[in-house]
Write a protein that binds this ligand. Structure first.
Ligand code: DX5
Ligand code: ZN
Length: 231
């Protein structure tokens, strides 16, 4: 199983879902990191690809996605923070991505790539930064499986949560299609995760609030409890 089917199966378990952002994980032990997260109940991993051009930071690319694909059956949610997503997205599909999200700010018209991702059999998402207006998504929302609401300016882990994301999540939840998944990314921690869930987020991306703790299971339990859910 792969692609959209794997992503949808991960999402069938009943949300909300916490997605660890691997930016701060132990890259020398990727297989162990994936296993530890799976044992902590995680269903989907969030992979932040940065090109040093669209954002002023470099992270990792195809080899890390392909390596993870070999060692885990968890769904892989790839967040492309790159200037030319149309050029590289098919290679990330080949590498094993199950969902690809690219930035509204990176393209003139998101629709062709959203269609292509659907044709390639994976879930398709569109991300937008805190300063980008929600209206810029209106003409392409019908082609999206998910919308990623950035709660920090894309580029770095460990930034402070921008509450503008809560207004955007609530608006999208109220006005968007019922089946649209809403994801939030940046500064999500024990203090901010409850408000994100209440505003309508289904997929909660968490970096530092998991990887700065020695016990991932405990960190994920605390985040789950902070959403008012049973641990
Ligand atoms: C930011 C990335 C995020 C980020 C999350 O550009 O997309 O996934 O690393 O990390 P924290 O939770 O530390 O903000
Ligand atoms: Zn991300």
């Amino acid at each position: 199983m792969q692609g959209k089917q794997r992503f949808e199966q991960a999402c069938q378990s009943g949300g909300p879902w916490i997605l660890p952002s691997l930016l701060m994980c132990d890259f020398a032990n990727l297989e162990r990191e994936a296993r530890r997260l799976e044992e902590a109940g995680i269903k989907i991993l969030h992979l932040d690809v940065m090109d040093g051009h669209f954002v002023p930071n470099l992270s990792y690319g195809l080899p890390i996605v392909a390596s993870l694909r070999k060692v885990t059956n968890l769904a892989l949610d790839v967040h492309l923070m790159i200037s030319d997503p149309h050029k590289y997205a098919p290679q990330f599909v080949d590498a094993g991505a199950d969902c690809i999200t690219f930035h509204r700010e990176a393209v003139d018209d998101p629709r062709p790539l959203l269609r292509e991702l659907k044709d390639l059999g994976i879930a398709a998402g569109l991300a937008f930064n805190p300063k980008t207006a929600i209206e810029s998504l209106h003409d392409s929302m019908d082609l999206c499986d998910l919308i990623l609401v950035m709660s920090v300016e894309a580029g770095f882990g460990g930034q402070a949560f921008d509450p503008v994301a809560l207004t955007k999540l609530a608006t999208l939840r109220a006005q968007g299609p019922k089946s649209l998944l809403l994801e939030v990314d940046g500064g999500v921690n024990r203090t901010t995760i409850g408000a994100c869930r209440n505003a309508g987020a289904d997929l909660l991306v968490v970096g530092s609030a998991i990887f700065k703790q020695p016990n991932y299971g405990e960190a994920i339990g605390q985040l789950t409890a902070a959403m008012g859910l049973p641990v």
